[in-house]
Write a protein that binds this ligand. Structure first.
Ligand code: ATP
Length: 140
């Protein structure tokens, strides 16, 4: 059976993950509290729904516990990101990946049950610096 993914937060980061998963032929549920965003993803994701994921009832109603992997891509609102992660962990979601804004945010996320924490801007910066250095080394 195909793995079931859910992406919460359809900003640039979450939106890009959602599009890539859909392009790979995966089943993906796209979630955002913003109606506009959800409309934009309704033709891309398997299903797109409006929900505030800090609301336990809303997440239960989506049957989120049955998903194999949930990606929390809420950016600026750290409180919403933490609340959402906590609820997902309490629901025993198998794998939770969360985008962190800073190191303290990451620490909290790990303590409350995030399986994987990413810092897209920082991680890409590190990778680019590494590539630039290796290219320069090869050039000498
Ligand atoms: P990016 O850099 O990926 O664009 P960002 O840092 O700008 O992300 P935000 O715009 O803060 O991130 O959040 C991404 C999305 O998460 C937004 O579309 C926002 O509507 C959604 N979001 C924020 N809080 C919630 C929530 N409680 N429930 C559902 N969606 C939420």
């Amino acid at each position: 059976m195909k793995k079931q993914f859910a992406v919460i937060g359809l900003g640039r980061f979450g939106g890009s993950i959602c599009k890539s998963l859909a392009a790979e032929g995966m089943e993906v549920l796209a979630i955002d509290q913003d109606e506009e965003k959800v409309r934009e993803f309704s033709s891309i994701a398997t299903q797109a729904v409006i929900a505030d994921t800090t609301d336990v009832k809303a997440l239960k109603g989506l049957g989120i516990r049955n998903f194999d992997h949930v990606i929390v891509a809420i950016g600026d609102n750290i409180q919403a990101s933490i609340m959402t992660t906590l609820i997902l962990d309490e629901m025993n979601v198998k794998h939770i990946t969360v985008k962190a804004q800073n190191d303290y945010h990451e620490k909290v996320l790990r303590r409350i049950g995030a399986d994987e924490v990413v810092h897209p801007e920082r991680d890409i910066g590190v990778r680019i610096a590494h590539n630039v250095v290796s290219r320069n080394v090869l050039d000498y």
